[in-house]
Design a protein around this ligand. Sequence first.
Ligand SMILES: Cn1ncc2cc([C@H](O)c3cccc(CNC(=O)c4cc(-c5ccc(F)cc5)cc(O)c4O)c3)ccc21
Ligand SMILES: [Mg+2]
Length: 216
Amino acid sequence: TRSTRPQRLLGAVRRTATRGDPRSVVRAIDDFCRHTEWAMNVGDEKGTGCILDSVVSEVSPATVLELGTYCGYSTVRIATLLPPGAKLITLEFNPDFALIARQVIAWAGLEEKVHLVEGSSGDLIPLMKEKFGVKSFDLVFLDHWKDRYLPDTKLLEECGLLQKGSVLLADNVICPGSPDYLEYIRNSPKYRSQHFKSHLEYTKVEDGLEKSVFLG
Ligand SMILES: Cn1ncc2cc([C@H](O)c3cccc(CNC(=O)c4cc(-c5ccc(F)cc5)cc(O)c4O)c3)ccc21
Ligand SMILES: [Mg+2]
């Protein structure tokens, strides 16, 4: 039967990236998605260009939560920039995506820094403290279903998983968009938000990321 897009993306990583070299894995996926087959990775413009890499470097987080692993592209980007001993927990409900992402993360040699957990954010966030020993998250990267950004942000607050200074970084707040999330986060006294205009990965379509600092 015909392969899936994630399987073809993994094939490109295996063919053109060097095992154990995360930068070559990121480059292989960007090249594949720009020249062969588009995929919904945060991409190189929203990644290197400005935001994702600079926010991760600036926050230098000890604990990171990623919502929506997909093929592991942003997982690899973030994990590459983490300080020694830091941990990234990434949640993926789709088992096919999770299987591909595990192999992409392994090819990059980042298994030690990344804990990929299969399941839905709504079910797993309440378990973070008791099951994963997380006190709070220094950085949360939201890139899963856009209508889950707001409920999951509220869930993170309710579960006491955000502390003063925790940073939320949300992809696609323009395209596909997450209007209820933007409305909430920009008007809440509990956050200070900043918008970074960019473009939808590998295209000229307007998009942007929203960076929000939790004020406690
Ligand atoms: C609850 N829960 N818990 C864990 C978890 C994990 C997932 C999956 O990882 C998953 C599956 C399918 C879709 C997404 C969201 N991503 C997108 O929808 C997206 C779209 C586009 C775009 C833009 C323009 C187009 F024309 C087409 C697609 C560009 C982007 O960067 C995206 O991130 C995430 C889902 C729910 C989950
Ligand atoms: Mg995205």
